[in-house]
Design a protein around this ligand. Structure first.
Ligand SMILES: Nc1ncnc2c1ncn2[C@@H]1O[C@H](COP(=O)(O)OP(=O)(O)OP(=O)(O)O)[C@@H](O)[C@H]1O
Ligand SMILES: [Mg+2]
Length: 1023
């Protein structure tokens, strides 16, 4: 209240911020007046001059200052361009559109906010599309490329064509990235001054450029200077939950266990249903008993109530989506009883009682956190003879016990490996079961997903759109496929991935706009350092928002919704009905059809017609059902006469988890000062109310004593519902933040790998870098295999010689190395790469490095230099890619197994970081090792390879069989001995494909050496 009074008198911080920008707006308006007698050519000359000046500046701060200075002039040019366009026809998405917009002052204001790197919150329909043109034009003058990010392809195309008129008039170029464009076309679009596109397209292009391209010419983006994100909340918050992933069939193949264990789980789920039904029977019995007026009951009233509450709570844990449970909870008494037990069980620190309740079931599901766990009872059911089959062994204790035995190191290692194997097998089994349980108990068809063409397709919970091609991770998708009996797709392998958050952090400057940012201001600031500036509307918003109406059950709620639609429809006003799932939109559609009301349905299943349906939604008598937020950003214009009737009426059938989404829906009506109204219908059975509603609402309902079909409406209720929403928002924010913390680890690693990759791709000649790699890896291997504080006599040189011979086609034996070691006198120079090695190690190191360099020189002399240069680059890149992809896979597994470790009271994030760091170090060594291994085994032709082998110095030619390592496939039946060796090696070569470092190449594919020719007519020719 006090806050309100203070604001009333001195204005909020936001008001002051806005006020501070007003003089700049005035300046723009004033300048624009003077531009009115210029010619178009004059304007274009101005653009050219400004661009020439601004694109020269390289210093970041200086550039920022120069842009601020140029702002009034550039903004005045944009406004003036709009004025000139008035009355002209522009073809947008194939239809002529008459330009009628001269920017309002508030739009210029919003444009200044965007230039300053803020989020401009402007109500829906205020014309944000036009607002963006100001900062886009100004910043494009730097020549560094400005990206405008939209929520879908349709809007990207629409806006680039529509706003393109302004940029072109001023003399700049505009491009647009669309889903089906070739790299060639994409590059052209990125080379424009301004590029429109969706976040997914921008993000995937980044991943392809940095994680997959093998030549600079294949890259399409040219940097990340400034991005303006339209519908910024939708992109940075809602979409940010699913990272961008480029994937393909798994390299590390995993057999799908889901189909195999499905029957067992199905019967487990059935048993649990039976069990829950028994609990519900009991609960009903007890409720009846309470109704009877006998003395025994009177004395034990509380105990009986608690018993009922406990039974209901068990069912909530065991079968959260049970219809019968919902029905029982319609009675506020029951709801109160259950909530009481819920609070008691969770209030207890030790959670012992909660644990006991779970053990009554076969498995327990935490609906809020989406977790499903088997209980002892469930384990007994699945594996009566060996219930331990689903218990994870305690690795640490097991290792400790093994170490206590007297066995030698090797035996102990073997034993540990065995335990580890059991651990992994079980962890995987437990994981599959838990995913299947979730698939059965939490994921509903037509709500979270739909089944189309024998495929499970995710439905975006916020927009209701089908997310074709995206898959739930971690096996969940396969579990749902198993449940639906559709074909289970192979586990996929991630080739490249990045979260939306980290993609947008690449930009030097970021800004965004939306109708709804304020509720998430905290998150925008925390994660993106984006402030929110609320821009006043051009004209007063004339929308009337009714209070929410609350019902006990969904049934009553839908009946009321239907009645409201009938009434308003009879008046001729258009109605937009928002639902939160496909299922509900279909239900309502059936109800409307029965009532004889013609209508359009806009949901995940038919979004192609989206823009068209939405555009018609403002016509007289139109009824449109849309899953929430479908149609964001598309313009609903009122038909003739509709404004006089009261404009568009929005009916919402549920409150969404997040207030922002509700506001968006409301904002579909009353655009640009039009009249309009909105009304939300809520029931106590809605997920939001069930999961996060406080018992306060239950109490209010109870006091009022609702009759069947009766409704409740009160400002206090609105507040309670908002509190519930705030709770969910907070919860979701914490989850997103957590995900991001995990991804930050990966993000750093990705930067290193992409940096390395880019260096190799851009370098004119990679041979120096290749030699460095060879030297580095030798040092690393020596440090791993020998110790500075023991004598060479005690070193186990076998592993080292095997490694050297295997990777470098040398033939060195242990004795020789030991001699070299013994002769070592010199200590390496401090600070050099050899620092830390003792003289013996140093001697071995330089000896091996010389040998390798020597061998490589021989190789060079027999190769076609041009081809070799390409092979070198390709070898390095493909080693990075192959191992990085494996690493991504391993990191995924780590991420999952770390979750299991959290049972051990340790912070999983810290464990994850430590382990990830170790894995990354190992990755870097493996990459280098792989490069060396492959480079000596790649050749432009078989002949070159043979010549190379034949011309190795005499001593080097004495290749032992072990040159290809112990257990190598050809060694088993290979004749040993001098002269046979070369042909042995060449068999090796002819068996494999020539450049054997990359993935399998088809004869008609482009040659992986990068020549641009077909494989069969390039490196594949000699085969
Ligand atoms: N200065 C202006 N003068 C007249 N009409 C305008 C002006 N600016 C925008 N409009 C009109 O307002 C309507 C809404 O514009 P736009 O779609 O850009 O709004 P928005 O703020 O992006 O809305 P949403 O939040 O739904 O995306 C369009 O029909 C557009 O032509
Ligand atoms: Mg818009």
């Amino acid at each position: 209240m006090i806050g309100y009074i203070i604001r009333k008198f001195i204005g909020s911080k936001n008001d002051r911020d806005v006020k501070r920008l007003r003089p700049i707006v005035a300046k723009v308006v004033e300048l624009e007046a003077t531009f009115q007698n210029l010619t178009e050519a004059d304007l274009q000359k101005k653009t050219a001059d400004l661009k020439a000046r601004l694109s020269q500046i390289t210093d970041k701060d200086e550039l920022a200052r120069a842009l601020d200075e140029a702002l009034p002039e550039a903004y005045a040019m944009v406004k003036n361009a709009c004025r000139r366009l008035c009355g002209r026809e522009i073809i947008v998405r194939g239809h002529p559109l008459k330009w009628e917009m001269v920017p309002f002052d508030v739009q210029i204001l919003g444009g200044i906010g965007l230039h300053q790197g803020k989020i401009a919150e402007m109500a829906t329909g205020e014309g944000k599309t036009l607002v963006a043109t100001f900062p886009v034009f100004l910043n494009a003058l730097t020549g560094r490329g400005v990206h405008v990010v939209t929520v879908n392809d349709y809007l990207a195309a629409r806006d680039s064509e529509w706003m393109g008129a302004v940029y072109r008039l001023l003399g700049l170029t505009v491009g647009c990235i669309l889903h089906d464009q070739s790299p060639e076309v994409r590059r052209q679009q990125y080379n424009c001054d301004i590029t429109y596109g969706t976040n997914a397209e921008f993000g995937f292009d980044y991943l392809r450029d940095n994680g997959m391209a093998s030549r600079v010419e294949e890259q399409v983006q040219r940097g990340h200077y400034f991005a303006i994100i339209d519908e910024v909340d939708s992109i940075l918050i809602d979409e940010a939950r699913v990272p961008l992933i480029i994937s393909g069939p798994a390299v590390v193949h995993q057999d799908s266990k889901y189909a195999e264990i499905k029957p067992a789980i199905e019967s487990l789920v059935r048993n649990q249903q039976r069990l829950c039904n028994r609990y519900l029977d009991e609960a009903e019995e007890l409720t009846k008993k309470l109704g009877a007026s006998d003395a025994e009951v009177a004395n034990n009233r509380q105990a009986i109530e608690d018993q009922i509450g406990t039974l209901l709570y068990r069912v909530k844990l065991g079968q959260p989506r049970s219809e019968r449970l919902m029905r029982l909870l319609e009675d506020p008494e029951n709801l109160r009883r259950m909530t009481k037990i819920d609070l008691e069980l969770h209030g207890d620190q030790s959670k012992k009682a909660l644990y006991r309740e779970k053990e009554e079931l076969f498995f327990a599901i935490e609906e809020k956190s989406h977790e499903a766990d088997l209980t002892e009872k469930g384990r007994q059911f699945l594996s009566p003879n060996d219930p331990d089959a689903f218990v994870l062994p305690d690795l640490i204790t097991a290792y400790h016990e093994i170490d206590q035995t007297n066995a030698d190191l090797k035996t102990r290692m073997q034993q540990k490996a065995k335990v580890q194997q059991v651990f992994e097998g079980r962890a995987e089994q437990i994981h599959s079961i838990s995913q299947l349980l979730k698939a059965y108990c939490l994921y509903q068809k037509d709500v979270q997903y739909v089944v189309q063409d024998n495929k499970v397709i995710i439905v975006d919970e916020n927009t209701g759109r089908l997310m074709v091609g995206r898959r739930w991770s971690d096996g969940l998708h396969q579990a749902v496929e198993a449940k639906e009996g559709v074909e289970i797709e192979r586990e996929t392998q991630t080739f490249a991935t990045i979260t939306i958050q980290n993609y947008f952090r690449l930009y030097t400057k970021l800004a965004g706009m939306t109708g709804t940012a304020e509720t998430e201001a905290g998150e925008f600031w925390d994660i993106y350092k984006l402030g929110v500036l609320v821009i006043p509307t051009n004209r007063q918003v004339a929308r009337k928002d009714k209070h929410d109406t609350v019902y006990k059950s969904k049934r009553e709620k839908y009946a009321a919704v239907l009645k409201e639609i009938q009434t308003i429809h009879a008046e001729g006003r258009p109605i937009l009905v928002g639902t939160i799932s496909v299922e509900v939109s279909e239900l309502l559609s059936r109800m409307l059809s029965k009532a004889g009301i013609p209508h359009n349905v806009l949901n995940a299943k038919q979004h192609e017609r989206e823009a068209e349906i939405v555009a018609l939604a403002g016509q007289r008598g139109a009824v449109t059902i849309a899953t929430n937020m479908a149609g964001r950003g598309t313009d609903i214009k009122l038909g003739p006469g509709v404004a006089d009737l009261g404009g568009l009426h929005v009916v919402a059938t549920e409150r969404h988890e997040s207030r922002r989404i509700d506001r968006q829906l409301r904002g579909r009506c009353a655009r640009q000062g039009d009249p309009g109204s909105s009304h939300f219908f809520v029931s106590l059975e809605d997920d939001l109310m069930r999961l996060f509603g406080s018992d306060r609402i239950g109490k209010i309902m109870e006091k009022v004593g609702l009759e069947e079909g009766q409704e409740l409406e009160h400002p206090l209720l609105n507040r309670s519902i908002e509190t519930a929403q705030k709770r969910v928002e907070q919860h979701n924010f914490q989850m997103r933040k957590r995900t991001l913390e995990y991804d930050d680890v990966m993000n750093k690693q990705r930067e290193v790998i992409y940096g390395f990759r880019n260096e190799i791709m851009r370098a004119e000649d990679v041979r120096d870098r290749l030699m460095d790699v060879m030297e580095e890896v030798v040092i690393q291997k020596i440090t791993l295999n020998t110790t500075a504080d023991t004598l060479p006599d005690d070193w186990d040189l076998r592993a080292l010689t095997d490694w050297v011979n295997l990777n470098f086609v040398l033939a060195i034996n242990e004795e020789e190395l030991r001699k070299v070691a013994d002769s070592g006198k010199e200590t390496p120079v401090e600070g050099s790469i050899y620092d830390g090695l003792n003289p013996a190690q140093f001697a071995v190191c330089t000896f091996l490095q010389d040998q390798i360099r020597e061998a490589y020189k021989i190789k060079i002399s027999y190769e076609n230099p041009e081809v070799l240069a390409r092979i070198e680059r390709y070898t390095i890149l493909s080693a990075i890619d192959k191992l990085w992809q494996e690493h991504l896979y391993n990191m995924d597994s780590l991420r999952h197994s770390i979750g299991l470790r959290s049972y051990g009271q340790r912070d999983p994030l810290i464990e994850y970081k430590a382990e990830a760091f170790k894995m990354f170090e190992e990755l870097m060594v493996s990459i280098k090792s792989e490069i060396c291994h492959n480079i000596f085994r790649s050749a432009s032709s078989l002949m070159a390879f043979e010549q190379f082998l034949q011309n190795l110095p005499k001593r080097m030619q004495q290749l032992e069989v072990s040159a290809f390592g112990p257990g190598h496939s050809t060694t088993a039946n290979a004749p040993t001995g001098g002269s046979d060796v070369v042909s042995e090696v060449s068999q090796e070569v002819s068996k494999a494909k020539p450049v054997r470092t990359g993935p399998k190449v088809g004869r008609n594919d482009l040659c992986p050496c990068g020549s641009g020719k077909k494989f069969k007519s390039c490196c594949g020719k000699t085969l």
